[in-house]
Ligand binder design. Structure first.
Ligand SMILES: NC(=O)c1ccc[n+]([C@@H]2O[C@H](COP(=O)([O-])OP(=O)(O)OC[C@H]3O[C@@H](n4cnc5c(N)ncnc54)[C@H](OP(=O)(O)O)[C@@H]3O)[C@@H](O)[C@H]2O)c1
Length: 287
């Protein structure tokens, strides 16, 4: 039995889908019964909250491997530490942690590094998956203004990022969860090329059928805009700090870990844009 946490999230949902497709026996965790009720058939759904250890214990029963996904918030290390503590008391289980590229160089990945340190210190078998920025962020966070203003905003200048498709991250996760031989390893997951936001805008323009622009803002202006959407101050600062990392070209490396693990080339941004074109095309998205 494999436990997949964060099963309602962007990555967790895709891992569940691909794990079921290859016939893995999975239990998936949800925070809300309402969302759990909409889970795909073929899995065992449980309600779990990292902040409530009594909900973690039953989720671990009979589990050999855990895909650990925490939300991108300041408390991520503390939340994941609660799960790690419960795992330590429940026998030897292998944790496959969804981490992030960047190490100590930026706020979001640094929280993940704290959690990695906790897992290493626990003595449990582990594998760390460290993806770069997701291609799907363009759909989840930028498609609204792409459709309404034909533009998306940031402060990463001309910095190039080797963005990766969530479908490839999930494919790697399923391989690591299904097989042995990945204990003690860390994989850096990137797409096949590093792209600037101007290049991304061109590629989206092609599938949207109209000119989409990337607008680079001063960091203070971007922060104001992010805060105005209700995002907490720490998260706004972490997002800006990530943009700084990107601007400095520190997220542009391209690795071959995805190809080595899944045996095919990673999905290109052109392929991603083609597959998600509906999200960038106003008329079709509204219908
Ligand atoms: N976006 C990127 O470009 C990027 C790049 C590298 C790494 N990452 C990392 O990847 C991870 C996953 O990203 P994502 O986009 O899949 O995140 P997401 O969509 O926000 O998913 C987070 C999941 O955690 C669950 N969760 C939140 N609070 C919880 C709690 N207290 N107890 C139990 N479950 C809880 C959420 O459940 P609900 O749906 O009920 O809230 C959701 O299923 C994050 O840690 C992020 O830092 C992201």
């Amino acid at each position: 039995m494999i436990l997949i946490t964060g099963a309602s999230g962007n990555v967790g949902r895709e891992v569940v889908k691909q794990a079921l497709a290859v016939g893995l026996k999975i239990r998936a965790t949800f925070q809300s019964p309402h969302i759990a009720a909409r889970a795909p058939s073929g899995l065992e759904g449980v309600i779990m909250d990292y902040a409530q250890p009594e909900t973690i214990r039953p989720a671990l029963h009979g589990v050999e491997k855990i895909f650990l996904v925490g939300p991108p918030v300041r408390d991520l290390p503390a939340m994941e530490a609660n799960l790690i503590k419960e795992v330590c008391g429940a026998g030897r289980k292998h944790i496959v942690k969804l981490s992030a590229l960047g190490g100590r160089a930026s706020m979001f990945p640094s929280g993940h590094r704290d959690s990695e340190d906790n897992i290493e210190a626990s003595g449990l078998p582990y594998t760390f998956l460290r993806p770069n920025g997701f291609m799907q962020n363009l759909v989840n966070y930028n498609a609204g203004t792409i459709r309404s203003q034909k533009a998306f905003y940031g402060c990463q200048g001309n910095g190039e990022v080797s963005v990766v498709d969530i479908r490839d991250i999930a494919a790697v996760a399923v391989i690591v969860l299904a097989a042995t031989g990945h204990e003690g390893k860390s994989y850096t997951l990137t797409g096949p090329e590093a792209l600037s936001n101007a290049q991304i805008a061109e590629k989206i323009s092609r599938v949207a059928g109209l000119k989409i622009s990337y607008v680079d803002l001063p960091p203070t202006e971007l922060k104001k805009a992010i805060l105005s959407t209700g995002v907490p101050e720490w998260s706004a600062d972490a997002l800006l700090d990530l943009q700084r990392l990107y601007r400095e070209g520190k997220a542009s490396l391209v690795t071959n870990d995805v190809e080595r693990l899944i045996g095919r080339k990673p999905i290109t941004f052109d392929q991603f844009a083609h597959d998600y074109a509906f999200a960038f095309q106003e008329a079709k998205a509204a219908s």
